[in-house]
Design a protein around this ligand. Structure first.
Ligand SMILES: [Zn+2]
Length: 287
């Protein structure tokens, strides 16, 4: 297990805005930069008073602005606050609400909300999905809605269908899908999960054709069959549980429009959980 990156570690490493800018410069451009103007390679020098670095070659005059193209460039929020917000996102298990960011960063609610959404967007963008395989669990769940009235139609009103694949002790993939039919789900599985993998699902008919190409074991949840030897869907279901509890406790409600961003955030955290110390660097690299 990787060493935790504590709040003390954070403030030691990112003690002020200048330290944050140096870090941003290094992760984006490297220690030594080949100047696009004079083509010489060297360590760029921080320019006093502006968030930029200058080419060390005499009379070249080329400047690099490491914040350009990042969400940091477009706000007056100090860089250290952005970094601390990213740190909170990468270390929290349940996600970070706008209220919590407002309190921790000492910014307005509106600013906190915007920072949260920008970070979520980038967390989702960094976390590309490699091919999955080995022993995987596949399941779908329903999130949101008011849960009022009787009958399936009423219970499903306003709910988003979320589909998920998790490797045992590996990566997680989630996606908001239009429905849970075979024509929707099976192509996603065939696209992402390597042939020959062991696949566990419940008895949902959308998964009926998976025995073609996979070692598919479906647990019959209706008949209260939860485990058969090493086959079960407990990993994906515990992820659904964590996701729903977190959304309920941290965010009063998540609209269908914003749900993919929240899923991206949780997925990122799941997939980076073994390397918490790398999270901040990876996030910054994505700009
Ligand atoms: Zn130069």
């Amino acid at each position: 297990m990787a060493k935790q990156f504590t709040v003390q570690d954070f403030f030691r490493r990112f003690k002020d805005d200048d330290a944050c800018l140096d870090h941003l410069m290094t992760v984006r451009y490297g220690e030594r930069v080949t100047c696009p103007k004079c083509s010489k390679s060297g360590r760029f020098v921080r320019i006093t008073g502006i968030p930029a670095y200058a080419c060390p070659t005499p009379r070249c005059g080329h400047h690099i602005h490491p914040m350009a193209g990042t969400p940091f460039a477009r706000t007056h929020t100090p860089l250290q606050k952005w970094f601390y917000a990213m740190y909170l996102f990468t270390t929290s298990r349940h996600g970070v609400s706008a209220k919590e960011l407002q309190r921790q960063l000492g910014v307005t609610y509106k600013t906190a909300w915007r920072i949260g959404h920008e970070i979520r967007k980038y967390m989702a963008a960094v976390d590309g999905t490699p091919p999955m395989g080995g022993h995987v669990e596949i399941d779908e769940t329903y999130i949101g809605g008011k849960n009022r009235g009787e009958g399936r139609a009423n219970k499903m009103k306003g709910k988003a269908t979320v589909f998920g694949i998790v490797e045992r002790a590996g990566n997680l993939f989630t996606k908001v899908v239009p429905n849970s039919r075979r024509v929707t789900l099976e192509p996603i599985i065939r696209d992402l999960v390597e042939e020959g993998s062991t696949v566990n699902t419940d008895e949902h008919p959308a998964y009926n054709d998976l025995r073609d190409g996979y070692r598919h074991v479906a647990l019959n949840h209706r008949a209260e069959e939860w485990v058969r030897g090493k086959h079960h869907t407990n990993s994906i279901e515990s992820f659904w549980g964590l996701l729903k509890r977190s959304i309920r406790s941290t965010h009063i409600s998540v609209s269908a429009k914003h749900l993919p961003k929240y899923l991206g955030e949780f997925e990122y955290r799941h997939n980076m959980r073994k390397h918490p110390e790398k999270m901040l660097g990876r996030l910054l690299l994505s700009f």
